[in-house]
Design a protein around this ligand. Sequence first.
Ligand code: GDP
Length: 426
Amino acid sequence: MTVTAIVGANWGDEGKGKMTDVLAARSSYVVRYQGGSNAGHTIINDYGKFSLHMLPSGVFHPEVWNVIGPGVALDMEQLIRERETLLAAGISEPKLAISDRAQIVLPLHRLLDELEEERLGSRSFGSTKRGIAPFYADKYAKLGIQTGDLFDEARLKERLEQSLAGKNILFTHLYNREPLDAAALVPVLRRLGEQLLPYMTDTTALLHQAWSGGESILFEGQLGALRDPDHGIYPYSTSSSTLAGFATVGAGLPPYAVTNILAVVKSYSSCVGAGPFISEIAGPRADELRRRGGDAGEFGVVTGRPRRMGWFDAVATRYGLTIQGATEVALTNLDVLGYLDEIPVCVAYKLADGTITENFPVTARLDGAQPVLEKLPGWKSDLSTVRSYDELPPAAQKYVEFIQAAGKVNISYISTGPHRNQLLAR
Ligand code: GDP
C-alpha cells in the first residue's frame, strides 16, 4: 500500500503530468486536491498528445479512479470539454469521481480575473485568467458554491445573490461593466451540474475506503513549491497550497496517510508569469533553451505564452524540496541540455546588499539578487534513446549527482524525453 504525492519542486511545468501518467499504471486512484484549470499537464502516450487542465492524469488508464477532491477549484465546462476530447480520441470512459464538496469556478470569477489583470496593467501578476484568485477569495470569504448546492435551485440562487451583492458594485463602479443577474446564472449552472451529476459523490468516503483497503493512491499536485501562497514567492504565487502537506487536506485523508513524496525537479528552470526568477537568462541563449525544452518548446499549456527560461537553480530547488518534504526526486528534461558544451548552474544568490546566500530568501530580499553561477561539463549527445542509468554519459551522470547533492534528496527517476518509455530508474 502506498500513498504518493507527486508535486513540483520548482515553479511548475516540471513534468508532473508525465510522472503521474506513468505511475498511475501501478495505482488505483489518482487524486487532484488543489488548484483548477489554471495549470496544464501535457501528456504524450500511445493515444496521442493531450493537455489536461481539470482531469487527473490517470484518465488514460481505464481501471484507475480519477478523483477531484474538495480542495479543487472545479471548472465544470473545462472538465466536460476534456472528457469529450478524450472520448473523441478513442480513450475509454474514464472512471471519474467529483467531490460533492468541491467548489465551482463561476463565469463571474473568470470575468473578475480578466478585468483585474487588465486594470493592473503593467503591475499584473501574469494570471492565466481562469478565475482562480477570485474563486479562492470567494471560498475563504464564505461566498463559494459547492457542487452539492447546484441541485437546490432556491439555495443556489440565494448563494449567488449573496456573492453578487458586493461584486456588482465592483463590476459597475470599478470596472464599468453591467451588473450580473443571479437568476440568469442559475439555469446555466444547473445544466452543467446535471451533466456532472453521474460523477458527483462523497469522494472523502471513497478515498477512506480505498486507503483502509490498502489501495495505491497518487495525489497529483499542480504548479510548484515556489508558487505556494505561504512558502513561495508571494504575491507571485497561486491561490491554493501547492505543497504535498496540503494533499491530504484537499483530498480528505489524514496527514499520516502519505507514505511517499515524489518531487519533480526540472534539469533547468522555467517559469510562467511575473515574479523574481534569479537564474533567468535572456536573449538568444534563452530562445535556444526554450525552443529545445519540453516536447515542443517551452510555451505555457494554458496561455501559449513563451515560458521564462533559466539555468538550474540549486537555491530555489533545495528550498522547494525542503518545503515539499520530498522523500525522492524525479529529475526531468535531462535530454534537453544535450546541446551545451558547458552547463551553468546557480549555486547561490548575491543579494542587493552584497550578502551571498545559499538559502532562499523572502520575496522582498530577492529584488536585485544576482545568481552565483558555476559551470558543469556538458555531454553533447542525444539521451532520448538511453534506456538505463548506466548508459548515460559520465558527464550526464555527474550532472544528476550534482543536482542530488544540491537538493539533498535521492533522485530515483530520470526523465529523458516526454514519452512513457523515456524514464530511467535509478
Ligand atoms: P506539468 O504541469 O508539471 O505536468 O508540466 P507540463 O506538462 O506543463 O510541462 C512539461 C512538458 O515537458 C510537457 O510538454 C511534457 O511533454 C514535457 N516533458 C516531460 N518530461 C520531459 C523530459 O524528460 N524531456 C523532455 N524533452 N520533455 C519532457
